[in-house]
Design a protein around this ligand. Structure first.
Ligand SMILES: Cc1cc2nc3c(=O)[nH]c(=O)nc-3n(C[C@H](O)[C@H](O)[C@H](O)COP(=O)(O)O)c2cc1C
Length: 167
């Protein structure tokens, strides 16, 4: 075996789980950011965690509002996901700019993309500084799923998003 760095490790674990995290902008619109640093953390209560770079607008807004919807994006969003990963919600309305069709989620003021396989409506419980990222530990209030939609994963580390094929 050869010694590898963490970026090379993410290539070797591909396809990696991919989420599109929906958070609320100051003006009430929804911001979207692809995040691969995500994991289930507890069954009871259901808890998940995701880590955002310290500069991330998503992280800032989740800490300010205490809310996020962690989604698994559907196949039609592949290009939009990459575009959302290259701009910040601090200065861009990514939903409008990328013409992403959004739908309401009952009981939440955050919208999600219409083409969503799984949505986890989450409340922030704790943050932990982890190196150059901040880990957001959340309780999931509601899981909403649509198995007819094919989910996206991250390939080549985080360089490309596409469905995962079985077999
Ligand atoms: C496939 C993919 C996965 C990513 N995973 C993460 C991640 O786990 N954590 C993170 O902080 N940024 C991640 N990024 C980068 C953010 O999506 C990017 O910095 C984005 O501009 C943040 O937007 P925001 O400032 O609106 O939150 C990823 C980008 C891509 C394309």
């Amino acid at each position: 075996m050869k010694e590898r760095n963490i970026l090379e490790a993410t290539v070797l674990t591909s396809p990696n789980p991919l989420t599109l995290i929906c958070s609320q902008n100051e003006d009430g619109t929804t911001n979207l950011a692809p995040i691969c640093f995500v994991s289930y953390l507890s069954f009871n209560p259901p808890m998940i965690g995701f880590a955002c770079g310290k500069q991330s607008h998503t992280g800032k807004r989740v800490r300010e509002t205490g809310k996020a919807i962690v989604t698994v994006p559907g196949q039609s969003l592949a290009q939009a996901v990459m575009a959302c990963g290259s701009t910040t919600g601090a200065s861009t309305h990514k939903v409008a700019e990328n013409h992403i069709e959004m739908v309401d989620v009952e009981g939440s003021s955050i919208q999600i993309p219409a083409d969503t396989r799984l949505a986890m409506v989450a409340t922030l419980k704790q943050t932990v500084e982890v190196g150059d990222h901040i880990l957001h530990i959340c309780q999931v209030d509601q899981f909403l799923g649509d198995e007819s939609r094919q989910g996206l994963y991250a390939w080549n580390g985080f360089g490309k998003v596409a469905p995962a094929q079985e077999g």
